[in-house]
Design a protein. Structure first.
Ligand SMILES: Nc1ncnc2c1ncn2[C@@H]1O[C@H](COP(=O)(O)OP(=O)(O)OP(=O)(O)O)[C@@H](O)[C@H]1O
Length: 343
């Protein structure tokens, strides 16, 4: 097997005994786009900072491109970084900001100019060379930070919530820019986000974390179709997977919770459904309406109906679904591939 480009082995980081992250092991292939995903405080930024060398681990080993960098300084790791704060120098122009690292590294002037031109071209910033960051929009500032990472031309780029200061529309467009850049330049990217849509749409590999621990590592579709536990099931997908107590849907042995996605639920004729629910709310999204349902022993039950629906809260609705679309979890919330027979 070829060696992973980034290899993290059993890494832990604590502050005065308080947990940052623990048991972090990851193998990242060269050229991959990896999203570190999870709720606030789960340890995403700590993991990224450990990769960057801004923090050093208490336990474990980190290697990049076959070289042990566990204790190496950030400048010795051949990587670039893009942060949500952009980290631009306000008194320097766009060009000076982009070329800052090259000047420090004493790259010859002609080469600097060539790299600058190329990076501004890729990020759509040609013509903005002489502006100061204060004269740019948030999206343009973010592009400057990206341009700086491009000229650095490092094989590994670490990004910490780079889009969180942008509005939704701009976020969607810069998201595409970053993804395209990454594949055009063949960079390996590790990207921190708490936004599951961002992670699912950009990454080849998603690392979902909670309370300093990795919950699941896999392709977006693995996390969506085969969540390793109930936390992953409820974190990934919009709307998240509904969870049904086995008491509310008996007949599956060894099962504590049953998971079901909105797209696998249909509205059934009266007397024909498997669960009789009450409509709690309707959320109109344009092409479809998410109809929230309540039923004792369930959370997050939602059915997706085409177009606009205005169903009054409190109305009874029966729903149907097929056993093949159910997900099963044991008493510890861990995925069971099949319920035990004979229940
Ligand atoms: N310098 C520090 N000193 C003490 N505790 C820290 C330090 N940095 C992080 N932590 C703790 O480590 C845990 C993980 O923090 P981290 O910043 O990695 O989370 P995160 O997933 O990036 O969260 P967010 O999305 O809110 O940025 C948290 O409990 C946090 O309080």
């Amino acid at each position: 097997m070829t060696q992973p480009f980034v290899h993290v082995e059993d890494v832990a980081k604590r502050w005065n005994g308080q947990l940052g992250v623990e048991n972090i092991s990851l193998s990242i292939p060269e050229g991959a786009f990896v999203a570190l995903l999870g709720p606030s405080g789960c340890g995403k930024s700590t993991t990224l900072r450990l990769l960057s060398g801004l923090e050093l681990p208490d336990e474990g080993r980190i290697s990049i491109d076959g070289r042990d960098v566990t204790l190496a300084a950030p400048s010795e790791r051949n990587l670039s970084m893009v942060f949500q704060s952009y980290a631009l120098f306000p008194h320097l122009s766009v060009a000076e900001n982009v070329m800052f690292g090259l000047k420090v590294r004493k790259t010859p002037k002609a080469e600097r100019q060539k790299k600058l031109h190329r990076a501004l071209e890729i990020t759509g910033l040609l013509g903005y060379e002489n502006r100061k960051p204060g004269e740019l929009s948030g999206g343009q500032r973010q592009r400057v930070a990206l341009a700086r990472a491009i000229v650095a031309n490092q094989p590994l780029c670490l990004m910490d919530e780079p889009l969180s200061n942008l509005d939704a529309k701009l976020r969607a467009s810069v998201r595409k820019d970053i993804k395209k850049l990454q594949s055009d330049l063949g960079m390996t990217v590790v990207y921190v986000t708490h936004d599951q849509t961002e992670a699912m749409s950009m990454a080849d590999m998603v690392v979902l974390m909670k309370d300093g621990h990795i919950q699941q590592v896999g392709a977006p579709e693995d996390l969506y179709y085969k969540p390793a536990n109930t936390f992953v099931a409820e974190f990934v997908g919009a709307p998240p997977m509904a969870l049904i107590d086995s008491a509310a849907l008996p007949g599956f042995g060894g099962v504590e919770k049953i998971g079901l996605r909105a797209e696998n639920i249909h509205v059934a004729e009266t007397g024909q459904g498997r669960l009789s629910c009450q409509v709690s709310e309707c959320e109109f999204l344009g092409s479809e309406t998410f109809v929230g349902l309540s039923h004792p022993g369930t959370t997050g039950l939602t059915v997706s109906m085409p177009g606009l629906r205005n169903i009054p809260a409190g109305q009874q609705m029966e729903i149907g679904f097929s056993d093949a679309d159910l997900h099963f979890f044991d008493a510890n919330g861990q995925r069971l591939n099949q319920p035990q027979p004979g229940a």
